[in-house]
Design a protein. Structure first.
Length: 169
């Protein structure tokens, strides 16, 4: 799993080829990265929710925790669904919704890992991310992910059809 996540960041073509060969694994990788990113970036919120729950207000603690989780994972998940739709639409005759979604999951890993690395780096340095810098970095990550989506479309278009020689029967 760690090697697939690392490949999505460092060698996206290899990660996409692996996602094609081993279907169904990249959604778990993406989910793990999202959860670990949430815990790393929102540790204070997780601890506060834990104390609220330990204090007897289970509903309030869970509501606060889930609200923070939703606010953090919504942008990457929206990007994921849009990426999956783009890959499916551009895959042509070789489209496969599940396989295309697997390829799109590879594209969001660099988004989440990049943001995590940037924010943790700033936190360790004791600095804050200026809004302009944050927007510029977010734009760069989305451009990077868009490049991975282009690679995902190319990977999907290389997929063998069932009626082709060597294809699935």
């Amino acid at each position: 799993m760690i090697d697939r996540i690392g490949a999505a960041v460092i060698a996206p073509r290899d990660a996409l080829a692996t996602a094609s060969r081993l279907p169904g694994r990249t959604p778990g990788d993406a989910a793990l990265v999202l959860v670990l990113g949430f815990v790393a970036l929102r540790t204070r919120d997780v601890v506060a929710a834990g104390w609220t729950i330990a204090g007897g207000d289970v509903g309030g603690g869970l509501q606060a925790l889930l609200a923070r989780l939703a606010s953090m994972v919504t942008p990457p998940l929206l990007f994921l669904f849009a990426a999956g739709a783009v890959v499916t639409a551009l895959a042509g005759r070789r489209r496969s919704l599940g396989a295309d979604f697997d390829l799109a999951c590879v594209a969001i890993v660099p988004l989440v890992v990049g943001e995590l690395a940037l924010r943790l780096g700033f936190a360790l340095a004791g600095a804050t991310v200026a809004p302009v810098v944050g927007r510029a970095v977010a734009l760069a990550y989305y451009a990077w992910a868009a490049g991975v989506i282009v690679l995902a479309v190319l990977e999907a278009r290389r997929r063998e059809l069932p009626d082709e020689p060597g294809g699935a029967e």
